[in-house]
Design a protein around this ligand. Structure first.
Ligand SMILES: Cc1cc2nc3c(=O)[nH]c(=O)nc-3n(C[C@H](O)[C@H](O)[C@H](O)COP(=O)(O)O)c2cc1C
Length: 336
């Protein structure tokens, strides 16, 4: 399949693995790129630019296909040394960066000077237009369903994607709630040129996380995520657990007076406890509603091959079948 995104990034399939804290290591990024998608290393999971340089080199040993690095710009007391992280990306020969969080505007000259293509993740049409204006090559449009930070507008992809298509000139991928061929074909129908998946890629053989995390995703339904930190305007969609129950209890008690310090124990340092130790009650870790569509733990290649084969079947048989007037019964499923 060829789309503006496969052409822009030089990849075989229009499928991107979004940056994920403590998940987006070299193993997963290489597996996605080797399967024909775009694998992305999460920059800030590497505590220093030197460690990121090593992670890029490790990934390079595992794949000669295009890879990307995620740079998340978050409000923080001590900002990470972004120029040094960008230098590590440039010197590692990585030509694609996924930015997220705040606008990457101040770093665009450095990224562009290095010949790097930038895809910015946005949760609104206005932020997508800003990304287009400052010279981003593409955007990842992240709907309210998404795992991680859905922003504060609460617009699901059924509305957000066609709205993005109405306004944007640069290509965009659909992000949030994407799991399978149905997600891909629907996104293409709504104007996207591919899809970005986070949560779905955690439940794969190559994802370098504790088995209990993958099992939790298979067991979870679409009802099992919660929104936390709404009062701080730093909303995050997470998988429910005992730590999250406690967090929500504190949020209810504190109401509008909630401060980040009040929930420190439930949000700080949680990722290594969950992803490495498999402590599933440790606190808040990002997870999308798409957990309800995750029923197995395939290899990355099996997952991507299945998506592309099913997408072709949906387009050629189910969709054109409607036009051709072929007998399509109520029982005919989008994916066999
Ligand atoms: C465990 C986890 C960690 C994430 N960490 C980051 C991150 O550090 N930076 C970022 O830009 N996005 C992060 N995301 C968001 C993903 O890149 C992606 O946008 C999101 O997962 C898409 O929604 P989905 O989970 O429904 O596929 C994370 C998502 C998950 C599930």
């Amino acid at each position: 399949m060829k789309t503006a995104i496969t052409e822009l990034f030089g990849i075989q399939h229009p499928i991107i693995q979004g940056g994920m804290h403590y998940v987006g290591f070299a193993e997963l990024a290489a597996a996605v790129s080797n399967a024909g998608g775009l694998g992305i290393i999460t920059g800030l999971t590497q505590r220093t630019p030197e460690l990121l340089a090593k992670e890029i080199a490790r990934c390079r040993d595992m794949t000669d296909r295009p890879i990307g690095v995620n740079l998340t710009f978050l409000p923080s007391f001590t900002a990470p040394p972004y120029p040094e992280y960008i230098a590590a990306i440039r010197e590692g020969g990585v030509k694609i960066v996924e930015t997220a969080g705040r606008s990457p505007e101040q770093y665009m000259p450095a990224l562009k000077a290095a010949g790097i293509k930038v895809i910015h993740k946005c949760t609104s049409v206005r932020h997508s237009l800003k990304a287009e204006k400052i010279g981003c090559d593409a955007v990842s449009v992240d709907g309210f369903e998404c795992g991680g930070h859905p922003g504060e507008d609460d617009i699901p992809n059924m509305i957000l994607l066609p709205r993005a298509a109405e306004e944007l000139k640069i290509p965009f991928v659909a992000s949030g709630g994407m799991a399978d061929a149905r997600s891909l074909v629907a996104s293409l129908a709504m104007g996207a040129a591919g899809m970005n998946m986070g949560t779905r890629f955690i439940a794969t053989k190559e994802a370098p996380v504790h088995e209990r995390v993958k099992q939790a995703l298979v067991e979870a339904s679409e009802l099992d995520t919660r929104l936390v930190m709404r009062e701080l305007r730093n909303t995050e969609r997470v998988l429910n657990n005992k730590g999250v129950d406690r967090l929500l209890e504190i949020e209810r008690e504190k109401g509008k007076s909630l401060k980040i310090e009040d929930i420190h124990e439930q949000v700080a340092g949680v990722y290594p406890k969950v992803m490495i130790d498999g402590d599933m009650d440790a606190g808040a870790w990002s997870c999308g509603m798409v957990a309800g569509l995750i029923h197995d733990i395939p290899t990355v290649k099996e997952l991507i091959d299945r998506i592309m084969a099913d997408a072709e079947r949906i387009i050629r048989q189910r969709l054109t079948g409607f036009l051709d007037g072929a007998a399509v019964t109520a029982k005919t499923r989008a994916v066999a």
